[in-house]
Design a binder for this molecule. Structure first.
Ligand SMILES: NC(=O)c1ccc[n+]([C@@H]2O[C@H](COP(=O)([O-])OP(=O)(O)OC[C@H]3O[C@@H](n4cnc5c(N)ncnc54)[C@H](OP(=O)(O)O)[C@@H]3O)[C@@H](O)[C@H]2O)c1
Length: 320
């Protein structure tokens, strides 16, 4: 089968489309015929292996240990391992795996859920990492409540477009922060207020928020703290390396002072939340926003585009 692999760290130029053996499902896994995959910042960050601590986190100091990129997947089950009870060959599913940028991949049963009945494979593949990060950031870390003032910074990217819709589904009053060209799209996703970050700095407006989700955080942690209400919570999902380091090192300390809370978290992909998202998609409360679609052969271009940092929603790979 065809699969994208890399044997050295670097730009998308290190990616190779190779003929490799079709994988065999382990006892708790299914073999998936990949119909679509989606690209996450994680994919290009791991491929770059920069900064160095990303290599320390995943192993592979000089050469990558994980050589097949691609986590988000949607496809059709071809075969199931002997302990798999929830799925059978022919079922359409979505979730996460390793090596999604390929014709076939194996995925653990409990990292998958049935594909939403009203979604295409492309739409389903756009969901897992980005939507679960938004959901867990708002619900579990942010303890979102109906009527709260919630601000999503980086509202036009993969995580942000889900976060705006999910926050609305929880009954929050949502402010989306994005650039001029994405203002209308943010409104159409349901945002009650939209701030164009090229014209206005929300951290200096005097407005306070109960919950700020840094979907793509570009301000200093002190700016976010200033924009929080008395008992407000700041949850950082991602952003620049400075912001990530600040959140890792300073958020726990700043949370000890006063009643404002700040944290960074890493999403935990699980079947329960995939099923919850499937229900939200089927109810029409969440609609994946797909910016671009690339054929499998153009996986490198898809990664390159996402790494530029201005995708409007998700970037999807389609597999013939
Ligand atoms: N912690 C976790 O478990 C977890 C999980 C998933 C993702 N992440 C991280 O979360 C971050 C976001 O992921 P993503 O998939 O949403 O990325 P993405 O799709 O690449 O984000 C691109 C979006 O960010 C917007 N943006 C760029 N600069 C901005 C700024 N200064 N202010 C506001 N928005 C800005 C861009 O809008 P414009 O073009 O208008 O500038 C674009 O729409 C990444 O750093 C990723 O690594 C973390």
């Amino acid at each position: 089968m065809k699969a994208f692999v890399y044997h050295n760290y670097g730009s998308p130029d290190v990616l190779r489309c190779e003929e490799i053996a079709k994988p065999t499902a382990g006892d708790n896994e299914v073999l998936l015929k990949v119909c679509a995959a989606s690209v996450n910042a994680l994919d290009w960050r791991l491929m770059r292996g920069k900064p160095l601590f990303t290599r320390l986190m995943i192993g592979g100091l000089r050469k990558p240990k994980v050589t097949q990129p691609g986590v988000d997947v949607a496809g059709q089950i071809e075969a199931v391992g002997r302990n798999v009870t929830q799925f059978k060959p022919g079922d359409g599913v979505f979730g996460t795996c390793r090596g999604a940028f390929a014709e076939y991949t194996c995925a653990i049963e409990n990292k998958l859920a049935p594909k939403p009945i009203n979604s295409s494979f492309e739409e389903a593949a756009a969901v897992p990492v980005a939507a679960i990060s938004a959901l867990q950031g708002l619900r579990d870390k942010g303890r979102i409540q109906p009527g709260q003032k919630v601000l999503v910074d980086g509202a036009s990217g993969g995580v942000g477009t889900f976060a705006v819709q999910i926050a609305k589904s929880f009954g929050a009053e949502v402010t989306a922060v994005c650039s001029t060209r994405n203002v209308d799209a943010a409104r159409s996703l349901g945002a009650d207020h939209v701030i164009d970050y090229t014209r206005e700095d929300f951290t200096k407006s005097g407005q306070r928020y109960d919950l700020i989700l840094g979907a793509n955080a570009h301000h200093s942690i002190f700016d976010y703290r200033r924009a929080l209400s008395q008992d407000g919570i700041y949850v950082m999902v991602g952003g620049g390396w400075t912001q990530i380091l600040q959140a890792l090192l300073l958020a726990p300390l700043l949370s000890l002072i006063g009643s404002k809370k700040m944290c960074f978290f890493v999403a935990n992909i699980n079947q329960k939340d995939l099923v919850l998202l499937k229900d939200l998609l089927e109810a029409g409360k969440v609609v994946p926003v797909i910016d671009r679609r690339y054929p499998l052969s153009d996986t490198g271009e898809a990664l390159r585009y996402l790494e530029e940092g201005h995708a409007r929603g998700k970037v999807v790979i389609t597999v013939e």
